[in-house]
Design a protein. Sequence first.
Lengths: 163, 798
Amino acid sequence: MRRVNRNEKTRVTLALNGKKLSAEAEPRLLLSDFLRHALGATGTHVGCEHGICGCCTVLIDGVAQRSCLTLAVQVEGREVTTVESLAGADGALNPLQQAFRNNHALQCGFCTPGILMSFTDYLRRNPKPTTEQIREVLSGHICRCTGYAGIVKAVEEVAKSAP
Amino acid sequence: MTTQLGKPMLRKEDPALLSGRGRYADDLPVPVGTLEAHVIRSPHAHAEIVRIDATAALAHEGVWAVITGEDVRKLSDPFMAVVKSPIQQWAVAVERVRYVGEPVALVVAASRYIAEDAAELVEIEYEPLEAVIDPLAACGRAAPLLHPQAKTNEVHVREFAYGDTKSAFAQADHRIALTATFPRQSFTPIECYVVVAQHNPAKGSYDVLANFQGPFSMHPVMARALRVPGPKLRLRIPPDSGGSFGIKLSVFPYVVLMALAAKITGRPVKWVEDRIEHLVAASSGPNRVTAIEAAVTKEGRILGLKLDQLEDYGAFLRAPMPGPLYRMHGAVTGAYDIANVDVVNRVVLTNKMPASLIRGFGGPQLYLAIERLMHRIAVELKLDPLDVIRKNLIPAQKFPYRTAAGALYDSGDFLCAVEIATGQGRLDELKRRRDEARAQGRKYGIGFACVVEPAMSNMGYLSTLLTPETREKTGPKNGAVSMATVNIDPLGAVTVTADVTVQGQSHETVLSQIVAEELGLSVDDVEVVLELDTAKDQWSIAAGTYSSRFAGGTAVAAHMAAGQMREKIKAIAAKQLNVLPEDVELMDGKVRSRSNPDNALPFSRVAATSNWAPTLLPDGMQPALSETGVWTPPELEAPTHDDKINTSLTYGFIFDICGIEIDPLSYQVRVDRYVSMHDAGRIMNPMIAEGQIRGAFAQGVAAALYEEFCYNDEGAFLSGTFADYLVPTVSEIPPLEILHMESPSPLTPLGAKGLAEGNCMSTPVCIANAIADALGVTDVPLPATPQRIHDLMEGVTS
């Protein structure tokens, strides 16, 4: 494992949404801050910085993680996937995004990227979850606008059309 | 009748927000050289600031300034307040701190990380003082004074009398009373406050980006504090905001603080509030203690009502407070036909964070008292609670109905709403479930709540707190101005701007629907740009997004602006089509003759005439490039000499029923069934309407069962993380059945009323009534946590 010194900036290189990028980071820099301010990927939002709201969830090597509880230096050499990767190059929404739109699963949209990333990971592992399973995954996120009903319906819609 | 409105149209906002392409305040570029700020906050609930030594912090590499109360006092003026008093309040504490989390100093540095490092080097010496947390204790003679110069913590008292309450109480068979205590809470938007401030010394002006929500009556407050005329404070609101629910009004002291920091450092300054700061100090709804008493006949008819409302605003009464105490004033008798009512409104200050706007805005507090009382009347008189409600509801034939305190309820049929909601076996099923549960020894209860939901506030309502004599002297305050503009570009494309701040309410979609319908276009033909800029956009003091002002305000203004534009387009086209303007219609992107639809021109061609060939316009017409709709409904009159006030423009109705059961082991309240009946006038987009209702319902459940800002007796704040302050997740939100009826408002051209706050008002008390029914108790403290339910059931007094 690479050693980093407390007061020195380190170059962190990662694959962000398939593109190799690198930038300087202090060892204490949060991954959420690194993504947003060093790499300009502002689609990932910060809601609580103590791991409860789930707003900042990204995929690290395909697994959903809180980027506010991860240091930038921890993703050296790894693949990070954020909400910016979900739509097609032409802006076409993917089935999960489209289902969110169809079911009014978002209002202010601030918590949405984290929820999308959690389900991007989860639906890959379990493409046809039950409503109970959907609710359990969603319970790792806080949304203040919607009352959650639309989000559950959106994921149900995706699950229903999964092969 | 319509082609666009009333449809569950998908949102135009969504593609960007679902793709990480939103533009929230912290996503936007900042000027090169922008510094970052960190706020040092008080660890004490009440203390004198003896000394602040920033020497070591200032020596830290990357630090530009440490700004204290002394700097702020030199460079700014205290904030103007609604209630006149000798109390001064500034953007950071001056001489004394009055709540845990109060800003004491600001460290400005090259980055937030450095600013936080340096903050640890700032030495602050405090002399602790005794704190007072309980609002009743704060009114006592022995209570420590927060603001000694005010000589009291009870900074506002006014008594109101409508009708002849004394006689009503003398005639009544029964007097039934209770005390209702509404707790402190916030709805904690997931995006916290963000401010980026710049100062231009050459012009003496400030340019500030902030996720402020309005009302823009706060703009003069901020400009005055900065000692500049309004135009020298350019306030810009980002295109997206991560929720607000009333809370983002209270970013305003930080707008002033960061503006001062920009002036002091000569650099742009950015501050992003973190969650810990947000919970401890951003804003809270006010807690209220209401002593309510009804004069009732033996049949359960209410002849008169008395309310003594003591509202606790924390350490300062900031403008536009005490809004929650007066916003509901005209509607203080709720959904009931009660001619006689006496009200005492009292404001007290305590050592807690200042309270301010919050979704529901005075409604949850008022209805907790009224609807708990309705339930209590039924219990004490051994009547059916629903019969007591029915006996007192305002009958349909009395609409439009003028309440005792002056509100003009525009339309409705409350009894019909109750019949619909309880019908189709809904209530019978709940009763069956209750009987079955009780037969097995389980604790099951049914609750009801009737709520009149006001929307679009009369900006004059707060002047009700002044005596009629003072109002006479200061001049009448009334009305509420809404503005929206429709612009047409050189190729005939349509753009809309409006006086709202975006927080997730789908304004872009609904404004597109409204304008597209008037102009015979599709919603995709209408571009909506909502990033308010006080230097370039139209706005009034009423601008912003709060108190459900969109449906009855800005939506109407947009409808007017589009209608004005439509008439111009018709006149232009008439000349080109060789027909009379009355024969012209706008349909499917065409402007055509009604009698001969083949005689048509594309909308874009006609609209573009104003740019390319203005001399072809009808004689005397100004080119159809821009039309602003300005809407100010005449019904929003100033308070009368006898203190009657029509506090809002439209009044919707909600009737809720729920069944709850108490878990015998965990003492948790489980909501078994919940039905919410809404009459919000005409629904503009059913999908968005449902979203607003579900969101408010979740917050209502949160208020009933989970969320509370807790302080101990010394004023320490106990709810400082999301692990302590319990925001419901999906697991805590029960299923909800929503029903609708439509009594269009006769006072707005669209007939729409507000609907986004109602369940914040109805759900806490509906659940509280069900708990009272389940346990047979008189007092139900909120939030009804397992601990509190345990104490109720085991007879423990806290």
